[in-house]
Write a protein that binds this ligand. Structure first.
Ligand code: GTP
Ligand code: ZN
Length: 345
């Protein structure tokens, strides 16, 4: 979309000494135009959080030169600084520059405890999510804590990627509409948590420090995955959640082939002959020769396979449990493909 050298750069404001600290969580807040993302940000900043929060707004405006606001909330006070991005679109180039910009900023301004990143309603939050992830591999100071999607109760969708959805503006709809929307959200993303709000007023503990992408979360993820059912889509017929369970252990190599065929080669087709397209992927798998449960995470074409701290318990049957969210998915076909690899063992 834009030239390489149009990539955004944050312009540092002032020097400040840095105290090295642990990795800093980043929460991505996404949602359609006007859903209530900024309302949520403002609410979080003014609530008692005892964190030094940096807010990065990544919204499109008119024209190309955009001013980005960066607010640092410290001990209840709100400092506002303006940072200029040479280009409004963080996504198009964030893979290297966006993160570097944030890291530079931290070097200059001292570390933050938390970063909230509001993406525009038009951007693909997957691209933003991926970049944090790729960078984590490179030893970044940042890690992706969770993806929150704010949904306007009267309109909109954009929920396939989310770890948490906030159905906002519940004051504008009747309970029947709300419950329909709840069903729709569930049918699209069988893993997502749902909060309902007015003016994006949430309990911060349900929003920050979700650790959605951690391996430490293996136990909770196992429980969560067990509850997910394959759902028939209602409204947005193209995006749905499918899940399957296969007992036994897989070789890491075969699993990688399966995932790469699915995510990279787009080799698997549904019954209509349409290529399956995965937006989000989570799973707990049993790898051959490994005592510990492994966790599988995917965002678009990126995926990660890691050991969790948790071992398969004595007498616990090893089961591979996978959940896929995306377009043109068929759980039975995916399971067959998975099985054909596993049975090669
Ligand atoms: N009725 C009602 N209006 C709300 C609620 N929450 C937010 N709004 C209003 O909705 C409008 C959009 O809210 P924002 O927080 O700016 O939404 P946003 O998602 O950041 O919007 P963009 O950045 O433009 O995509 C504002 O006028 C808010 O005051 C709510 O719960 N009920
Ligand atoms: Zn906004």
């Amino acid at each position: 979309m834009d030239e390489e050298d149009d990539c955004p750069e944050l312009v540092p404001i002032e020097e400040k000494s840095t105290t090295p600290a642990a990795q800093i969580p980043v929460t991505i807040i996404t949602g359609y135009l006007g859903a209530g993302k900024t309302t949520l940000l403002n609410y979080i900043l003014t609530e008692q959080h005892n964190k030094r929060i940096a807010v990065i707004l990544n919204e499109f405006g008119e024209g190309s030169a955009l001013e980005k606001s960066l607010a640092v909330s410290q001990a209840g006070e709100l400092y506002e600084e303006w940072l200029e991005l040479r280009n409004g679109c963080l996504c198009c180039s964030v893979k290297d520059n966006g993160l570097k910009a944030i890291e530079n900023l931290m070097e200059k301004k001292g570390k933050f405890d938390y970063i909230l990143l509001e993406t525009t309603g038009l951007a693909d939050p997957g691209a933003v999510a991926s970049m944090f992830w790729v960078d984590a591999e490179l030893g970044s100071d940042l890690y992706l804590d969770g993806i929150i999607t704010v949904i306007d109760a009267k309109y909109g969708m954009q929920i396939a990627l989310a770890d948490l959805t906030i159905i906002n503006k519940t004051d504008l709809v009747k309970e029947t509409e709300l419950s329909q929307l709840r069903d729709t959200v569930r049918s699209i993303n069988g893993l997502v948590r749902i909060l309902e709000t007015q003016r994006s007023r949430v309990d911060l503990s349900q929003v920050l420090d979700l650790h959605s992408f951690d391996t430490k979360d293996g136990i909770r993820l196992t429980e969560k995955l067990q509850l997910v059912k394959t759902r028939q889509p209602h409204l947005d017929k193209s995006i749905l959640t499918v899940t399957f369970e296969v007992p036994g252990s897989v070789s890491e190599d075969h699993l990688n082939v399966f995932i790469q065929n699915l995510l990279w080669e787009k080799m698997f087709k549904n019954k209509e002959g349409l290529a399956m397209n995965v937006i989000r992927l989570k799973g707990i798998v049993s790898l051959q020769g490994k005592q510990k449960k492994a966790i599988l995470q995917g965002v678009h074409e990126l995926y990660e396979l890691d050991e969790t701290p948790e071992a398969w318990a004595d007498g616990e049957p090893s089961v591979n449990r996978l959940v896929f969210i995306g377009r043109n998915l068929d759980g039975d076909i995916l399971k067959k493909e998975f099985l054909s690899l596993v049975s090669n063992e």
